[in-house]
Design a binder for this molecule. Structure first.
Ligand code: GTP
Ligand code: MG
Length: 287
């Protein structure tokens, strides 16, 4: 199937409630970490493309922010970004957390999706009893979508079958990205994301949502990432006692960077940015 006539390609958007495992699935499929993950809702803030190229097809996976009831300008922006991702797709993978179970939030989203181009992906089936998985399948089976796939983004169970199904349903098409390209994320954005990932994983309660990160200086192998919080009182928590939080974040990020990379972290306050649409636009802009 490697002749040109047989080649298929297209865009597949992962869409769903926050924390259902969309980014974990994209990373698992492309075989590399292209999108940060954490157990806090709203970890993903941009449309992140992860590219899978096989001899017979190229699938561009579009990871999107989780969709939820917006309580801030940031939440609203994330919902818009997710909808835009849905709009550019040939196919949508509607990702549901099978562990916590198909719920009202999922049902609400299901109604906004086009059944003719949507596949339901029941994620996190690792460690679940067969019966419980079947019950979840029964809950969604009547919704009229194209297909239903129980998977685990962790173990990879069910993922190859899902990818084969997606490829079969994509139209004939060209390579959209070079065949050795895995992601469209720039180096600066990626380093800022790695810092935010560690902060999301470390910080508690509402604090993760108050954090924004961006590279403010990149000088050969020396990079400075600015961490923005919303209040002076949050600064101390992010820095930690004797700087221990920042130190641990820095260590975990450096491990994922090339040798000899010098990473500097600075913390500043951008008052209440999460509630100000103009601040949200500015801080989430990729340039
Ligand atoms: N047990 C289990 N946990 C998973 C699986 N996939 C993801 N998780 C966990 O679920 C949490 C959320 O994963 P993410 O991939 O960040 O979820 P997301 O849907 O991208 O979240 P947002 O970007 O916030 O919308 C993390 O703690 C993951 O480790 C899975 O297959 N099994
Ligand atoms: Mg995500």
């Amino acid at each position: 199937m490697s002749d040109e006539r047989g080649f298929r390609s297209g865009f597949v958007t992962l869409y769903g409630r926050p924390n259902t495992g969309k980014s974990t699935i994209v990373n698992s499929i492309v075989g590399e970490k292209v999108s940060i993950t954490s157990n806090k809702a709203q970890t993903t803030r941009h449309r992140i493309r992860g590219v899978l190229t096989r001899p017979d097809a190229q699938v561009v996976f579009v990871d999107t922010p989780g969709v939820g009831k917006p309580r801030t300008a940031l939440g609203k922006k994330l919902n818009t970004t997710a909808r835009q991702g849905r709009g550019e797709a040939d196919l949508v993978c509607f990702v549901v957390d099978a562990r916590s179970g198909y719920g009202r939030g999922d049902a609400f989203l299901a109604e906004t999706l086009d059944p003719a181009s949507t596949i339901v992906v029941l994620n996190k089936i690792d460690g679940m009893k067969r019966q419980a998985i079947v019950r979840q399948l029964e809950l969604v089976a009547g919704l009229g979508f194209l297909a239903y796939f129980p998977v685990s983004g962790f173990t990879g169970a069910g993922i190859p079958a899902l990818v084969d199904e997606l490829v079969t349903r994509l139209p004939p098409g060209p390579l959209w990205f070079p065949d050795d390209s895995v992601s469209d994320v720039t180096d600066a954005h990626w380093v800022a994301e790695l810092v935010r990932e560690q902060l999301m994983r470390t910080l508690r309660q509402e604090l993760p949502h108050s954090v924004a990160t961006r590279v403010i200086r990149w000088d050969d192998k020396h990079v400075t990432v600015e961490i923005l919080v919303e209040r002076e009182s949050q600064k101390g928590i992010v820095i930690g006692k004797g700087g221990d939080v920042l130190k641990s974040v820095g260590t975990k990020v450096r491990r994922q960077l090339a040798d000899g990379f010098h990473l500097e972290l600075v913390v500043n306050v951008e008052p209440n940015w999460q509630n100000n649409p103009a601040d949200v636009e500015r801080l989430l802009r990729l340039d």
